[in-house]
Design a protein around this ligand. Sequence first.
Ligand code: SIN
Length: 295
Amino acid sequence: MSRYTIAPMTPHRTGAEIHGVDFSCPVDAALKHEINADFARYHVLVFRDQKLSAAQFAAAGENVFGPLLSQHHKDVRATGHPEVFEIRNTEVAPGEYRINGGSWHTDHSNHPCPPRATLLHTVTLPSYGGDTQFVNMHLAYDALTADMKRRIDGLKAIHAWESRYTPRKMRKLSDDSAMALPPPGVHPLVRVHPENGRKFLYLNPVRIDGIVGMEDGPAMTLVNELIAHATQQKFEYRHKWKMGDMLIWDDRSVMHQANGDYDMKEVRYLYRIMIEDDPKHWMAEGEKTWTAVAA
Ligand code: SIN
């Protein structure tokens, strides 16, 4: 018998809404286990009615989902909480606003060992808009033709900090942050999810810079075909934020994007943390180190 209520947000079971968990209270091992099992099943979970400080949010994320991963940008940390990143629409030049994550991507895939998950918690929301969209990369893989599955089997993509082909310029890294960048990650286009055993496409339009052993032209044509396929609306859950939401997504089995479609005079402000993955999930079979190439 579940200790909370859960309701799928889409017919294809991408996203589920949970009531009845309070992350300001301790979460025991049995509850943790139940939440993580639902996370592997639904890929995006939204816990309603939370009211957490940055410290409580970070503590709950770490306790329930695992150790925190530090963020690329070391200059956008919540005051006093280096592990918590602030997502906030920011005016960078008169009338020009920066929207974090405003095109399809998955987080930090340029790392040899990218995150397991990312969490957001609302601080301030605009009166309309600012949804976050998610596409289910298991469904995208399953819907590929047999021929395409054969073509991409065994191919590995190179994930740079900023792809030469990115649709969105990345924000400039501070010197500190740039020093801490690892070499590009090299990851199979098709991976098996360590917790639910299903195959998924692992793509990132802002970071994939090529495919190992292929010329750039045909490699990027293939990548773009896969991205267009994966971002179809039929694979999507679109999250409409409510105050009190704490949302987690699986950085392996979904891609996501933020929408900057609200009045920029209003504030959209969320806390963000990322959860480490187990490095052994990212090691090629038989390898002792992460699969990475020098820049
Ligand atoms: C992100 O891409 O991490 C931010 C998503 C959002 O603000 O909705």
